[in-house]
Design a protein around this ligand. Structure first.
Ligand code: DQA
Length: 140
């Protein structure tokens, strides 16, 4: 099973960026841990700060992979194009956010991805990604 984590803008700064909100761990440190913990799946990671690159990646994997874990970051709240890409592809997408976006500014309460996502996991820190992964591995 191939599952990819796709991270949007500014998530390359995890660990350095507003640590009171997003924590001290870099994504790569976290990613190594999670890969070791779930050897039964082929886990990949892609990050881009560029909207079109995120759309291209969704197209590339969206008819091939078993699952997509998508944190579109700020584009969640702005990008009709990313929402349309999620609607267009066949692979199930679980939307994740590190912070509880509903506890934050109003502009973070709307998601262009959510209507097309299989489900949404919000506010559990980096564990949000692990919970999304488990949702693909242990469907009830
Ligand atoms: C985020 C929440 C977004 O509102 C914000 O723009 C991000 C990160 C999160 O994971 O908590 O960059 O997606």
């Amino acid at each position: 099973k191939k599952i990819i984590i796709i991270n949007g803008p500014n998530l390359n700064l995890l660990g350095k960026r507003e640590p009171q909100i997003y924590g001290n761990l870099s994504f790569n440190e976290f990613f190594e841990t999670i890969k070791a913990k779930y050897p039964q799946v082929i886990l990949e990671h892609f990050q881009s700060n560029i909207e079109g690159e995120l759309i291209d990646k969704l197209h590339e994997v969206g008819f091939l992979y078993y699952g997509i874990i998508l944190n579109a970051a700020a584009y969640t709240h702005t990008s009709v194009g990313i929402g349309d890409a999620v609607a267009a592809i066949e692979t199930a997408v679980v939307e994740v956010h590190i912070s509880n976006t509903f506890k934050r500014e109003d502009f973070r309460h709307h998601s262009y991805v959510a209507p097309y996502a299989k489900g949404i996991i919000v506010g559990f820190g980096l564990q949000s990604y692990e919970l999304a992964l488990q949702s693909f591995l242990n469907p009830l």
